[in-house]
Design a protein around this ligand. Sequence first.
Ligand SMILES: Cc1cc2nc3c(=O)[nH]c(=O)nc-3n(C[C@H](O)[C@H](O)[C@H](O)COP(=O)(O)OP(=O)(O)OC[C@H]3O[C@@H](n4cnc5c(N)ncnc54)[C@H](O)[C@@H]3O)c2cc1C
Length: 515
Amino acid sequence: MNKSGKLLYNSLNDNYEESLKFKDVSQLGDTPYDVAIVGAGIVGTALAYKLSQYKVKTLLIEKNYDVGEGTSKGSSAIIHTGFDAPVDTLESELVTKASLEWPNLAEKLKIPFKNCEAIVIAIDEEQEKKLQVVYDKGIKNGVTDIKKLSGEEVKELEPNVSEKVRGGVLVPRESLADPFSSSIAFSEIAMQNGTDIILGVEIIDVENKSEVIKSLVTACGKKIKTKRIVNVCGLGSEKFAKIYGGENFDTNPRRGQFLIFDKHSGTKISRIFLPIPTAVTKGVLVSPTIFGNLLAGPTAEDYPHSFETISETTTEQLQLLKEGASKLYPGLNEQPVINIFAGVRSNCTQGSYWIRCNDNSPGILTVAGIRSTGFTSSPALAQYLIYKLKDELGLKLEENPDAIDSRPENKWPGWWKPRYNNKEAVKENSDDGKVVCYCEQITKGDIIRHLDSPLKPRTLDSIKRRTRAQMGRCQGFDCMVNVAKIISYHCEIPLEGISKRGPGTEISSTIPSNN
Ligand SMILES: Cc1cc2nc3c(=O)[nH]c(=O)nc-3n(C[C@H](O)[C@H](O)[C@H](O)COP(=O)(O)OP(=O)(O)OC[C@H]3O[C@@H](n4cnc5c(N)ncnc54)[C@H](O)[C@@H]3O)c2cc1C
């Protein structure tokens, strides 16, 4: 039986019990870590999960107050097959490999997953000619189950597609998954296998970088000893690499804006509609989401590398996005938008999947340019990085026979497998019958279960991403205060201390707390 890893939060955050606060490095014990993973996006958390299958002393450290809060929270959430990846690249190899792993992995993680298929759609003569190129590339990438379709065949499968459709390529294994709970599940299992996790703490320096044992210096001045460092900081990887003097590379953020449509819109198409890709981008797609909504996006707007935060949306781009997406599905114009958001891809000028072992210092592994496919590739990329750690950074790998690789059955989220309509469940726990978020039908029982879950989420966003409360049609207008009150009451935190995503984002202290 494994000893569970420690969970520590930035000690400045009053929302956490004293025992969860990172006050002193002695809380981490005397032995240096074998591997410290800096950045808990989908890549860092997948690495922690896979590494926890071995007897390796691992730390996962993240500057945000939850895992998956960087680029990983703002994607199209498609598990790609890799049919359109650049041929003969590491990206193509890893995406194709991971796409085969995901159905089984999702079952283990208790992550909602749906194989909905995709169609690359041609709506004019020029595009029709390119379908053969799309098909040939898919075959070269080893995705041999793709199939060419005539315009009539596309219409038969998808009656609401554009009348102009001239043909398509069907990609049967393209799937949808829940990007939020993926990082959470990876982290929970890693922690249960002994990985320590620190949240809300930024790494700002590396001391003794040429020595076998280095020190990660945190923004709060603590020094954490480790033999190896993996930089999986996404958009922050360039800044971090500069700190330890890694090889130069440029991160050029590429913003992608999205429109989310109401739930009934999600029934209008059943497959992902993909445009013919260009040399720069996969283009604007229209897709059902795993949550039952309809999504259109993303745009592809390039920014110079000095722009680290460009996550706001713009009316002009959203308008262009709607025009582009409605070429594939014209009915989109009648569907009600319930939310808009932007994600930022970590585009590396030197190339995607830009990985450097012993990056100008022994024991440091830099991972950059995980731009458009990192959600899909994460389990295969994690395994690839583990082999690099072993072969090039001298990590001894011995399997941990006690490690678990799955979460228990009761981890399926309530929105996917609801309990409120199950008489037995409600009899056992009356909170499972108390609906808090009416749009998504999320109960008090769901929220409390997540508050008590291993990563001890305490912010409104962390509860939103775990339960979907505040993510429905009203976007939290109706339930946000009640969710805050449940967090406040259950975790004994004053209501005015409840924040959206950590210190500095506290909700108004004027909310009445007496009902
Ligand atoms: C618009 C858009 C659409 C996409 N669609 C898809 C899709 O459909 N399918 C797919 O497979 N992929 C998709 N992607 C790509 C995918 O989302 C990314 O490749 C993936 O999320 C990258 O994960 P990451 O872990 O590398 O980065 P991140 O998620 O950004 O994680 C890096 C983490 O490092 C932390 N960090 C940074 N600096 C420090 C520091 N100094 N100290 C501590 N922590 C630090 C950050 O806070 C962050 O949480 C899309 C991306 C975008 C933007």
